[in-house]
Design a binder for this molecule. Structure first.
Ligand SMILES: [Zn+2]
Length: 223
């Protein structure tokens, strides 16, 4: 897929540009109710099925299997035990946390990753809205006023672009404060199809997975 990323310099003007949804980050919690845990897989756009398989932790047979990028993760519906690749388990735990906080399970993991970059502060994120046809985004500011994390994210987008379903761009915005927004490139449509929103959500997961790998590589600027 011919995908490019650019650093667009523009200020939001038209009303068609949806204002970033500000999200105040509350204290994180590691305790998620079982009810929340159960709803996680149901909320996904992925295929899942209940196997008559046994949970390694509690021995029950209510194990739900979900496929992400060819990898499978198994979740026990009774005790919440997760089995699968370590990064997918971390992903699911972040999504449980998002569910508990009442925020988007699609954009929360990526927003958390970007928030964890030194010198960066998240100012909003959204997993998009299928009904309204709005696309996902993650907005952040550079608290240290340095560009190194933009270089990391820009290089990462360049490396993974062939794997992504949407064209993603890092856009400079100014709306009371200087900020950056990672989002699928605007195609001029005010409303996007459900399939476009779902494709962008799948990309959010891919971007999160790749960034977790890339940040350990030699080209990733650590300081
Ligand atoms: Zn179990």
């Amino acid at each position: 897929m011919g995908v490019s990323h650019t650093l667009l310099l523009e200020t939001p003007t038209g009303a068609e540009q949806s204002a970033p949804v500000c999200l105040l980050w509350g204290p994180t919690t590691n305790t998620v109710s079982l009810a929340a845990s159960r709803s996680i897989l149901r909320g996904f756009n992925m295929d899942f099925e209940t196997e008559t398989d046994t949970c390694d932790s509690c021995g029950n047979h209510a194990v739900v299997v979900r496929a992400i990028e060819g990898d499978a993760i198994r979740e026990c519906e009774v005790c919440g035990n997760l089995e699968g690749p370590a990064d997918l388990i971390e992903l699911l735990e972040l999504q449980r946390e998002a569910d508990g906080l009442g925020v988007s399970i699609d954009s929360f993991p990526l927003a958390q990753f970007i928030e964890g970059l030194p010198g960066v502060r998240i100012i909003g994120d959204s997993g998009g809205d299928k009904r309204q046809g709005t696309m996902p985004f993650v907005a952040f500011e550079l608290a240290d006023h340095r560009t190194w994390q933009l270089e990391n994210l820009g290089q990462a987008l360049r490396l993974m672009r062939a794997e992504l379903e949407c064209e993603w761009s890092l856009e400079f915005t100014y709306d009371f404060q200087m900020a950056f927004e990672l989002h699928p490139r605007h195609d001029g449509k005010a409303k996007h199809s459900t399939e476009q929103v779902l494709a962008a959500r799948r990309d959010l997961t891919k971007i999160w997975r790749r960034l977790n790998t890339y940040r350990g590589l030699s080209w990733w600027k650590q300081e």
